[in-house]
Design a protein around this ligand. Sequence first.
Ligand SMILES: Cc1cc2nc3c(=O)[nH]c(=O)nc-3n(C[C@H](O)[C@H](O)[C@H](O)COP(=O)(O)OP(=O)(O)OC[C@H]3O[C@@H](n4cnc5c(N)ncnc54)[C@H](O)[C@@H]3O)c2cc1C
Length: 502
Amino acid sequence: MLFPPATDSKIAHLDQFWRDYRSGLPQPQVIRTASTPLGQTDVDVVICGGTLGLLVGTALQQRGWATLIVERGTLQGREQEWNISRAELDNLLELELLPAEALAEAIVTEYNPGRVGFHGGGEYWVKDVLNLGVSPRILLDHLKGKFLHLGGQVRENSPFTGAIVHPDGVAVTAGLTYRGRLLLDCMGYFSPISRQTRYQLYGHDRPDGICLVVGGCATGIKPCSWGDLIYTFTAIENHYQYFWEAFPALDGRTTYLFTYGDLHPDRGGIQELWAAYCRLLPQYQDTDPAEIKFHRVLGGFFPAYRTNPLLPAWDRILSLGDSGGYQSPLSFSGFGAMVRHLPRLVQALTEALEGNYLARADLCYVQPYQPNIAVTWLFQRVMRVEMGREVAPHSVNRILDLVFREMSQLPPAVMRTFLQDVVQFPALTQTMVRMLLADPLLIAQVVAQVGMGTVLDWFKHYLGLGLYEIWQNFPPGQDFRARRQWEGWSFGAGRDRVAGVY
Ligand SMILES: Cc1cc2nc3c(=O)[nH]c(=O)nc-3n(C[C@H](O)[C@H](O)[C@H](O)COP(=O)(O)OP(=O)(O)OC[C@H]3O[C@@H](n4cnc5c(N)ncnc54)[C@H](O)[C@@H]3O)c2cc1C
């Protein structure tokens, strides 16, 4: 296999970051409060972080809110593609963030069908699910042009270093100091604001789970028009079950190896995962290793919290995108989650700015509890292997095959929505009942594996999902909080856009 220059040092660097993170990063102190008024503001909204922040920023600027984006680097998308389904992308068109031609240009790949399969079990095929590859570079390029054209301001190479919350505004320092009415934190998983928020609310920022991922885009892999959404072909190794993802990319084929774990000090890190990826990739793609030539390699890890989405800790500050934590703890598809939530977020933020509903108590309604995300935690627990616990080598494969086998017996929408991170009460209930009837012994083993406490906690969120399913049928209320509450029920019940297929 041939790799781009500096691959080893890139992997080593990522691995070092993973090890530092596991040992605990220093507690950030970037937000302070002041009781004196700020006085005049420069803009309505200051957005820190310009990847998904640019989507929100463009929509707000379009609605007339003077918006400034401060970005640590250059405001541009990366080369790696985001997979998403077409129904979700329609949100961008309906919000008129970009014309259909620009969106079409950003969709650089399209494949069908997608496969789901687990070693020793069946293969399950779906069409039109997460089958579009969006180029972040092209998408953000279009949005940046539109944002600037609308009068939005961008400060690049301007890392955020701190903010002071005043009763009437927030002063944000990123090189210079900018005064706004609202600060949106879009600085990703390791945002100092969201980390400080977690310390403030929970006393620490240790995640409850981690997903590690490595992969890359290469030519020389056998050409293939379909993709893998999630696939396994090995047993548990080194307390990890390896999951694979593969799809055609603009310049070759992208493959990822991902796995779930925690911060246990004895767990293998990015280096070990990369070694497993290089060892197993030729077998996975049935290709001679000498033929595989990488154009780029990727790696990283996603922290996940049971308490997500992240509530605000101060007036006038809200975390969105990966830092806000409303993406699934299974797929970590933050772009998809943002696109699905964008219409509700833009409406909520517009009303908040119009009515001055910028106190912490109001902003909590913009970031409501989501039982549809909370219930997926059980799946993450089932897909990871605890350190020191002996489990059957194929236990994860067996349970996942049971899940998908039973889902495949239900209407196609059940599996389609689940794969797009949308969990709904009727679909989940039907799947669970079928699993229980089909293999009660395996379910009992899973309960023993994850522990009764985890199952009872899950049941609480499952009941929440059921209640939200009922409540979202009521008409939305009239005031700011009542409308946000209703949106919370609707999204929390998994009734967001992609669910239209149901
Ligand atoms: C390998 C891989 C594959 C993925 N595939 C998909 C997919 O197929 N579909 C999907 O939906 N999602 C996918 N994702 C997830 C997706 O990339 C993220 O959800 C998305 O990038 C989150 O955007 P964000 O803006 O919230 O955070 P980030 O992407 O982390 O961006 C944060 C931004 O904030 C800036 N920033 C950070 N610190 C500061 C600071 N101090 N001051 C100013 N700016 C700062 C950064 O420079 C960056 O621009 C994938 C992720 C990875 C790693």
